[in-house]
Design a protein around this ligand. Sequence first.
Ligand code: GRF
Length: 216
Amino acid sequence: MLSIVVLISGGGSNLRALLEASEDAEFPARVVAVGADRDADGFDHAEEFGIPTFSLALSSFSDRDAWGEALIEQITVWNPDLVVLSGFMKLLPERVVAVLSPNIINTHPAYLPEFPGAHGVRDAIAAGVTQTGASVIVVDNGVDSGPIISQERVPVLPGDTESSLHERIKPVERRLLIQAILDIANGAVELGRLRSNLRPQRRGSPRPRKATHESP
Ligand code: GRF
């Protein structure tokens, strides 16, 4: 059974989907704690499911490194197998990534490496593309640059606003997240063996869509 700490910043719809999936005795993962960088609305879901929460506002610490150390302490006390960033809107200090890597994943509302960053949905609308997507990636020290676990295209429809497009993407994100956790739990995806996007790609080599393992 995979134990998971989820970090959120907002409403926690992805968190809720994971909590609901975990109610199935067959689901191979359980959320053991939910953390946030603020008093996030998504804490309501955690409380409803009886999951402990912790909140660490960056502004309460002398600097990002001190905040990072507190985060490490709060997360590691649960000894999780996996940390899921789900709408967590702060960049993690390098030491947090170093301590948790590679067992830390993130969901993103775009087809990475297209539209990384905090405004992936808004940027897709502004670019006038006809399709964007959702991705689940391993967290590295870049902005949404980590190895891709899975991703799926989502159409942008005429008249879409940031909000209507985001609402179309979110169910896809949820499905990808749940499947990624299943794949990690049953060994179909090995996070430490996924190819890093920070390495130069060979010209002409296709981008991975599903889990891509390094050649032995
Ligand atoms: C998700 O689309 C996530 O990828 C993005 O913010 C949204 C969070 O939604 N960064 P929620 O808090 O899970 O409802």
